[in-house]
Write a protein that binds this ligand. Sequence first.
Ligand SMILES: [Ca+2]
Ligand SMILES: [Ca+2]
Length: 504
Amino acid sequence: MKKIIAVALCIIMMVSMMSFNFAVSAEEYGLMSEVYVSASGAANASGLADDPCTLERAFALVKDGGTIHVDGTVVVSESFRFTKAVTILGDNKSSDVLDLSAMPEAIGLGGDTTFDNVTLKFSSHSVYANAYALTVGANCATEGTVSVYGAGNGGSVNRNTSVTLLSGSYYQVYGGGNLCVVDGNTSVIIGGTADVINVHGGGYGNRVNGSTYVWVGDNANGKCNVADHSGSYYIIGGAYSGIVEGSTTVVFTGNAKANYIVGGMDGADQYIGEGSNLYITGGKAMSAYGGSNSKDQMSDVNVVMTGGELEQLMGAGSGRSGVDVGLTGNVAIKLLGGTITRRVFGGCYNEYSLGGGWTTRGYVSGTITLVIGDEANITFTYSDGLSSDHALSAQSRRSGVADDENGIVIFTSNVAKNNNTLKTGTVAGGNACKSQSVDANVIPAGDANLDGEVSNADVLAIMQYIYIPEKYPLLVESIADVDGESGITSVDLLVIYQNIYNAN
Ligand SMILES: [Ca+2]
Ligand SMILES: [Ca+2]
């Protein structure tokens, strides 16, 4: 009896395995991992290298995640749709062209899509990645006008978005969608030689339930004239007129260029739940704002600059055209490297015009901490004929309204203080900007998190650093090295802890 049962089980297993195999092979039957298309490809060709087909045929033949090779100028019909995950490759972008100009204005993707070594020809188009990963590799070119959205055109997506552009020219790039809800995070990477007039980590008029992230580096935005104050290269961490429930982040690095960098949001109707972050480690830009443009921000700002060059840095947001833009929250700026040639304000930018006076009065309701390190280089060398415009202040750019702002400039050492203030003899606001007293605000030893005081938060920060330095780095290690012995150890921790204990 046992033997009969065993045989029966074997037969059942074999049948189930056979049917499983059959199902898989039927699904994959005829689908190819490599398909070839060419300028003269036929609609009924096999898609093999010596018998290339049209792009429409290639999408029918290629399996999900497969590769389509483009040879010559391949003109895509109006009815073509991207329906699968594909990698589309040419051999040489100057001779291999994917002409999408006849497609409808909104081009949607149907799976993760990568292009490289090919010219992408548009007329006036928007590409919606629909929360699939879109990558334009380092050796592509674009023709015509194209904008890119990480999510969809309306509706909603429930995945993270991912847009990576390493070459080509683009008008608008959004990590989110157009009026599309993103139930996830958004990500935009602009690197290589990509040139993008406007970058938003979030979407246009939409909601992102997670966080938004923008990285701009390498030689991105090479066409930007940084010195052009009417220039329109904007990098915005968040959305345009939308909601980001999490945080917004911009990383600006390498040899990238921009006119304006905004850590927060832009547009008239906006909200960030968990604050904005701006990290500048390289590149060159005119103006950088830790907060939001156009409307009040109701959450914290975190700015860290370790390299690169700016004309001006504002910790909070920017008011223009008579619209006050304030911030309710705390602003923490750590200016530890890089060069600022004109002015640094920890608070808001307010508008002043010769003859018209001040037209906005945004301010920060919260604490502003502006830490300036030894490697920071505030040169005050920017020249527009208004030397009084050179300024260093933890508060907002405007006298009077900022008097009640709780802002402090702290230098990490007397070296930082001497290098960045006494050398120039200028620590004043121009055009009735608020002056800032910088008397003796040198950071106390042990203030590892650079907030101006030594507390248990510093003990925790140093403890984490000792155990997992890669995960919990200290921005200025020397601040935590207090025991006279080189290196940060548990002895430094003990000295700091005892100092806190004795002070209380
Ligand atoms: Ca501290
Ligand atoms: Ca030590």
